[in-house]
Design a protein around this ligand. Sequence first.
Ligand code: AMP
Length: 535
Amino acid sequence: MANARLGAMQDWTMRVTAVIDHAAREAGEREIVTRWADGSITRTNWAGIRKDACKMAQALQRLGLRPGDKVASLAMNHSRHLVSWYGVAGMGGVLHTVNPRLFDDQLDYIVNHAEDRVLCYDAAFQPIVDRMKDRWPTVEHYICYDSGDHAPAFEDWIGSEDGDFEWVTGPENDPCMICYTSGTTGNPKGVQYEHRSTVLHAMAGLQPAAFNFSSASVMLPVVPMFHAASWGLPYAGAMAGIKFVFSAVNDPAVLHDLMIGEGVTDSAGVPTVWLAHFQYCDANGLDLPPLKAATIGGSAAPKFMIERLLKNGTRVQHAWGMTETSPIGTVGGPTWDWDSLSLEEKVEKTAMQGRPIFGVQLRTVDLADMTTELPRDGKTSGALQIRGPWIIKRYFKAEADAVGNDGWFDTGDVGIIHPDGTLQLTDRTKDVIKSGGEWISSVELENAACGHPGVAEAACIGIFHPKWDERPVLFVVKKAGAEVTSEDILEHLKPQIAKWWMPDAVEFVDDIPHTATGKISKKDLRERFRDYALG
Ligand code: AMP
């Protein structure tokens, strides 16, 4: 009898366990290095990670966990955290990577909302556990990734298992990880990644137009495993069999030594991480590490940062995405005409957010009606929308879909799409400054201000103005020891921006508030300057 199916290829369920199986089989010896908080260094490899993941899956089953159950991690980047990514998924569970920088009320909300049954944590976060334990009734078991003073130690806990384990199987649309976003107002929202979406996202992340991984890559991801799945690196890296170097602390001195000592070729982090690294090198008279590639995302990469890295011989992969997009949406790297560009042109190009990788589609729509699609003309800005197989459809436990009938997810970002597909992000919908009926990009003003040598950080918000509705005010943190006046800053901005974009005031502040993921918190800045009035 003829087979009803027309195609004749094999069925292959896309589960993340296949990723670690591949890494263990094809790159089993490739090292996974961890520098722990106490300064010690341990080394394992992909085969060791898989073995420990099998043991963890057994240990979880022994605790009575079933497929679909949630296991939380409250941890920095290290090999035991990596084991948990695969171990939890391998027993059919869902790993909830908790951001330790969240406020107590948010920590309370997300662990209860996810109904986490087990929580694995770093000893450094013992105070959080002590504080929150009574507020987390669903958590039945605590495991400490380090010592076992207050809870069973991870190594002992999995150490009593033999690792002889068959991965739990199931549909590829099963969830394997959940991350909560906290950038928005109201309660954090859970984004559940599926096995399938995760595998597809990681395959797309590998390619030359994105992370550009090969088996020779040595990656030190500074982006935390608790932030948007560390940009998918632990999966993409396993697929390519790269060497990973993890640091459980984000001290630039430690990162610098690891980069040099371990032959790191690739790193990834938000702009503040790179900034801290620059400052460390400058203060100590050191060169930047000889990285081949630096991925910068989470916030716009300032031009001076891109320029310095390019001059260092480091390829800059400026990426845009969000927790809801797994997170890669676009990545910028050298374009086909790269070699013919001047340094200035390269910097200009890289300061945009790159192009969509295969698997996602982008469009911009009119901010006023949120439906009229705008031209990809390199000048018209609008609300940025995205769709694809690793883009959110519905938040965890939400009643309604997070996308419109046509499947587009509204990102809350404002951007311009260029004719070659390059995305240029200009703002967040809620941060864009409306002056006299026209839009001013707060982000562009910040980026321009950051190019001044005396500026460490800058943030721009709209302040009420009786005539213009809102006018931009720039808040600036000076670099240590820098002598700079507001006139200097305005003078510096003048050639870079339209006249009517000029901030009405420049205020110097000691610090600028940040969110739990290290981004400037405009919400908190607005709150702090609630009573600020333009003179
Ligand atoms: P999160 O879900 O916490 O990762 O935040 C996602 C948001 O970060 C996006 O919606 C953007 O507003 C912002 N973002 C991410 N990458 C970039 C980038 N390369 N440039 C500017 N903003 C970015």
